[in-house]
Write a protein that binds this ligand. Structure first.
Ligand code: X2X
Length: 334
């Protein structure tokens, strides 16, 4: 969107009083919300819930519309569109944001979190506030509540990954992000940065031998159709920040900002619960879909990261302030 059009929209919106439909424009400006996940994934399901609640309460003053399943482009494309104003809202992995906000990915350090008990208080508290302030420096607004994606596990085609040594030379798809690439390099693997939009095909055509994702996404994106093994490595956690184009956000009337934040944050909490609940039955659903499930010694994987210098490298790259906040919540990492 060009600047003239954006300014026109912002000023049109700011003259609209929420709750007074008579003042609303006949054709409300549609604010696009893009996601990379399929419609069945809890991210899209709960975004739909939030959007319905926002639109109902906004009474035409604003209208959000969801474009799931990479309809507006792959993650890196949509991130550019978010920055230029072509897309207004975009939930994104903070690690993928690292390409423009290097410290945004700090919550994704390998084996930092043993479970959700320490993670959510950190992301809802000091660590989340630190990351959102880093993101604000590039002009992107971040809603307060982080949504879940999950603890990640490795899937593979021909051979199962049972111990860290099995990753040597293993061609694995990772999302485009320096931390992800570095983590798998520390295992001696050959990571390839591929957007989620191309993962199914990359596995099917064997451009890569494997990938890693949380259980619910392996299930909802039907990756079991093109993979044989699932190794419960639990090697890192990742979630989504709901990002908003900064100029658009500042141009919205305060009532609209409050309304959007209220419903997005509330649906985010429900999305977290939905994922926690789904996790109870996902291993058995995936087994029924013919994935062989392997329990592995997760500590052996963590030791490999340590001895390869992964933690010492990233404590330097993230810097003293970020690392201190991370360790305060996650415990000592080195
Ligand atoms: O790209 C992925 O693997 C995904 C969908 O999990 C993320 O958004 C990081």
């Amino acid at each position: 969107m060009n600047t003239t059009r954006r300014t026109a929209i912002a000023s049109a919106l700011s003259t609209v009083a929420l709750g007074f439909p008579s003042l609303a424009r006949a054709q409300p400006q549609v604010l696009k919300v893009a996601t990379n996940t399929p419609e069945s994934d809890p991210l899209a399901v709960y975004l739909k819930e939030a959007i319905a609640a926002i639109n109902a309460e906004a009474k035409g003053a604003v209208e959000l519309r969801l474009f799931p399943n990479n309809q507006l482009g792959s993650n890196t494309d949509v991130l550019s569109q978010l920055r230029s104003g072509g897309v207004e809202f975009f939930p994104l992995s903070p690690l993928i944001l690292q390409t423009i906000v290097p410290n945004a990915g700090i919550s994704g350090v390998g084996y930092a979190w043993s479970g959700y008990d320490k993670l959510w208080p950190a992301m809802d508290g000091e660590l989340g506030a630190y990351v959102r302030a880093e993101i604000a420096k590039v002009g992107i607004h971040t809603l307060e509540t982080m949504w879940d994606n999950g603890f990640r596990h490795i899937t593979s085609g021909d051979k199962p990954i049972l111990q860290p040594e099995n990753l040597r030379g293993f061609k694995i798809r990772v999302p485009p992000s320096p931390l992800w690439t570095s983590l798998f390099q520390a295992f001696g693997a050959a990571p390839a940065s591929i957007n989620f939009a191309e993962v199914y095909t990359a596995l099917q055509t064997k451009i890569v031998d494997g990938q890693e994702n949380p259980l619910q996404l392996i299930y909802n994106a039907k990756l079991y159709e093109v993979q044989k093994h699932l190794s419960l490595t639990n090697h890192m956690w990742d979630g989504y920040w709901i990002l908003a184009n900064g100029r658009m956000w500042r141009g919205l009337p305060e009532d609209a900002r409050k309304l959007i934040s209220k419903h997005m944050n509330a649906s985010g909490l429900r999305q977290r619960e939905a994922i926690a609940k789904a996790n109870e039955s996902l291993v058995s659903s995936l087994t029924q879909n013919k994935l062989s499930i392997h329990k592995v010694d997760q500590m052996a994987f963590r030791r490999q990261l340590s001895s390869a210098g992964f933690y010492s490298e990233w404590s330097k790259r993230f810097g003293a302030e970020g690392w201190r906040i991370l360790e305060k919540h996650a415990g000592a990492l080195a």
